[in-house]
Structure formats: C-alpha cells, structure tokens
Write a protein that binds this ligand. Structure first.
Ligand SMILES: [Zn+2]
Length: 228
C-alpha cells in the first residue's frame, strides 16, 4: 500500500462517533433514551451495544435525575433569564467536573477507509473544520488534530461530555421536549423553526385537547352568563 494513503498512525476508528463532532440533531440517542425511559428496566432494554463504553446502563440511570434538572430549564425555559441561568450553571458545572480531554490525529479527508471491514466511512471530524480546526499536511499526509473526551466507564462524565459537545456544535438547539402534556418526550428536530411535538399524533392530541378546553370554557361562560 502506498505509504501516503495509509491512515494516520494514531487514528483509532473505534472512537465512538457519538462523542465526535456530529451533525446537529444526531447522536444524542443515548441521552434521549435515558431521559425518555420511564424506568431503569425500560432504559436497560434499549441500551445499545455501542453505548457500553459509557459504562453500564444502571450507572447511566443514576445520572438521569440530575441531567433532567439541568436540561429542563434550558429546553423549556419559562423566561429568558431562566435559560441564561441554566446555561451558565451547566457550563460551570461541566468545568468543575474535570472532564479528561484527549487529542487525536484524525484523517484530513472527508472519508476514510475503516481497516476493520475495508469500507469507506464518513469522517465526522470533517464537520469540525473551520476557524479553529484545519487540515494540516506533513509528508503528503493530511490530518486533523482534534480533541475528544476520554472518560470511558464513567457514565456521568461521558453523558455530560455529550451535552458539552452538543453545546459546542449547536446540536443542543435541536433538542426539544414534546408539548403534549401526556407525552413530554425529548426529541430532536431538523427544523429549528417549528416542531413542538415529537410526532404528528401528539400534535393532533394536543390540538383536540385545546379545542375541547376552549369549548368547555365557552360553554361555562355561556352558562354563567345565562345565570346572571
Ligand atoms: Zn409527543
């Protein structure tokens, strides 16, 4: 094989793509499942093999209440101040967690060949390119030096590093909570302008409920009006 075509030596394709720079609205799956599962058993049954590097499902479950408390005021703020405070508290907290950073040399190309199965794969680090991340070339080999978090096995730290990644790359803005009162599921949306409901079904249920409330209020008003 041509030496220059080889993958940079330090590149480890086993780094879960979950923690690398990803397109917004993607790769928050583990977090979504954690927040949306009603019980630990339900979460465990959905725990994907790819997430096992985070730690066990039951360890991850222990952080659920804390993450919910941190994300709720950010995703569903009652006032702009509440959102500002939630963001600042979240970043302060993550700073105090002393997440372990690790720098890797990733391919400096859009796609890379995974030596495990010899297939072409998209290089998610490519999405980080911009003012602070550039392709460098030494000895005809293109690379990107970039940072990942490295707290495998400590699910609380890994979950907060997923959140931090989402804060940095903007994916957090795509995180929503269904407005239908009986659902309240977290979900991600591609379209930032709309989407208050996780599914069309929830939207319909909510609209029907609202119109029933309006109708009841109107009837009550008429009844009260007639009794005066
Ligand atoms: Zn819903």
């Amino acid at each position: 094989m041509n030496k220059h075509k080889q993958l940079p030596r330090m590149w480890r394709p086993t780094i879960p793509l979950l923690l690398s720079a990803l397109p917004p609205q993607m790769r928050l799956n583990c977090l979504l499942e954690l927040l949306n599962s009603p019980t630990e058993d339900a979460f465990e049954s959905k725990y994907a093999p790819a997430w096992e590097k985070l730690g066990t499902a039951s360890d991850a479950w222990k952080s659920r209440a804390e993450i919910l408390r941190d994300l709720e005021p950010l995703v569903e703020p009652r006032t702009p101040k509440q959102a500002r405070d939630a963001l600042s508290n979240l970043v302060n907290k993550i700073n105090s967690m002393r997440l372990r950073c690790f720098w890797v040399i990733a391919p400096g190309t859009r796609n890379w060949i995974d030596p495990r199965d010899n297939t072409k794969k998209f290089n998610f680090f490519w999405l980080r390119l911009g003012a602070e991340q550039r392709v460098i070339e030494f000895g005809n080999e293109k690379s990107i030096v970039t940072m990942i978090f490295f707290d495998w096995g400590n699910s609380r730290k890994v979950l907060y590093s997923i959140i931090l990644n989402a804060l940095q790359n903007g994916a957090i803005e795509h995180l929503r909570r269904c407005k239908w009162k009986d659902c309240k599921k977290f979900f991600t949306t591609r379209d930032l302008r709309k989407k208050s409901f996780c599914t069309a079904k929830c939207e319909k249920l909510s609209k029907n409920y609202d119109s029933r409330i309006r109708m009841n209020n109107w009837r009550r008003f008429k009844r009260d009006d007639a009794s005066i």
